[in-house]
Ligand binder design. Structure first.
Ligand code: ADP
Length: 375
């Protein structure tokens, strides 16, 4: 009996070695799993020792800062931290390592190897392994969110500026009218009302453009499909612009009365955007030529000015949202960089195309097509 009992407690050494080997295998595979997750994760992570030096970091961490892993190891994160955030981050680190905090979270700006900024939310905790303490940090890249916030702020201030400019003029001109109604000459009164009208129209167009951008973002759909005369539409738009720009010359060249099919109001908006740009970017003594002709089932409308022109490298860019050619951003000419983006979207939606032909200093010609119903 005793012998049997003894046999039950003392195990075969070989068996024990096998069990230990199995346990070791399990541990190894667990460790591998975590190592793989750490190394291949898209989220930047690092482990630091008590001297705050980076002991381990993953590829995402190296990519985030634009350095190689080798370059990062042994360095301190403060080396890559924007000066404005160093003090706060260091305070939190001290509190964490003194166990005054269980963990911390901080939004900070880091600097990449090429000097560009990268915004992150930093999460740090401490952990102990083999009696030693380490810091584990995860860095969540929020740079694109920050950029979007910045764009939004810029956009709001541009819109506010753009809306205030015509309103200020309307206000001063209407005050002049109010004060001088009795003594002003008829032509002066006419001038003031034309001025007011012009700025009211500008405000209306700005608001129309803003509304259109939000429609495009939501997936614009053509709201009305009807047959209409392109020739009459262009004449109508030009009639209006002649009234509000009495000092500009507009020439028209139409090959007959061309009919089309689509959303007339949106094409009206395109025409206003293009002709207004021609007015804005050319000087008062120069002509603006508008032509309409028929070509391969298409009606082709061109607006030509003899103004500033557009450098070749900007030809594709100007159709992008908010894009404005550098140097054109004169306060007097200020805009929102939305007119061409909207025009391009509308024309594409209606099955046509919009393009530019321009040379710096020699003027620009913007042309677009819409389906032609004429034979
Ligand atoms: P905005 O006129 O409000 O700035 P647009 O989208 O209509 O916005 O135009 C984008 C940019 O393209 C303008 O800021 C300007 O730099 C350039 N541009 C457009 N039309 C002309 C033109 N006829 N002549 C010269 N530059 C032009």
């Amino acid at each position: 009996m005793e012998h049997q009992g003894h046999n039950n407690t003392v195990r075969d050494p070989q068996e024990e070695i096998n069990d230990l080997k199995k346990e070791l295998e399990i541990l190894k595979s667990q460790q591998n799993r975590f190592k793989t997750i750490f190394e291949t994760s898209d989220v930047a992570q690092k482990i630091i020792d008590k001297d705050l030096k980076i002991m381990e970091a993953n590829q995402a961490m190296a990519d985030l800062l634009g350095y190689s892993l080798q370059e990062l190891l042994g360095t301190e994160i403060m080396t890559y931290t924007h000066a404005d955030f160093k003090e706060r981050w260091q305070q939190l680190q001290v509190a964490l390592w003194h166990r005054e905090l269980p963990k911390f979270r901080l939004e900070a700006c880091l600097l990449k190897k090429d000097g560009t900024e990268v915004w992150c939310i930093i999460h740090t905790i401490l952990f102990t392994n083999d009696g030693k303490t380490f810091g584990y940090t995860l860095l969540e890249d929020i740079t694109s969110r920050k950029q979007l916030e910045r764009h939004k702020d810029q956009f709001v201030s541009v819109v506010a500026h753009e809306l205030r400019t015509p309103l200020t003029t309307i206000k001063s001109q209407s005050q002049l009218l109010e004060r001088g109604l009795a003594k002003e000459s008829e032509s002066r009164l006419q001038e003031l009302t034309t001025g007011i009208n012009k700025h009211v129209n500008r405000l209306t167009r700005l608001i129309d453009n803003l509304v259109m951008v939000s429609k495009i973002e939501k997936g614009l759909t053509i709201s009305a499909v009807e047959n209409y005369s392109l020739t009459s539409l262009i004449k109508d738009v030009l009639g209006d612009l002649r009234l509000t720009n009495p000092h500009r010359e507009f020439s028209e060249k139409f090959s007959g009365d061309l009919q089309t099919n689509g959303d007339e109001d949106k094409i009206r908006q395109v025409l206003y955007n293009l002709v207004n740009n021609a007015i804005k970017f050319s000087s008062a003594g120069t002509n603006i030529d508008i032509s309409l002709h028929h070509e391969e089932q298409q009606a082709v409308i061109c607006i030509q000015d003899h103004g500033a022109g557009i450098p070749k490298e900007d030809h594709d860019q100007i159709f992008k949202r908010f894009y404005q050619v550098e140097g054109n951003a004169d306060k007097h000419l200020a805009g929102m960089g939305l007119g061409l983006y909207i025009a391009d979207e509308i024309i594409r939606q209606q099955g046509g195309k919009l393009w530019v032909d321009s040379e710096e200093g020699k003027g620009s010609t913007f042309c677009f097509t819409v389906p032609s119903l004429s034979a």
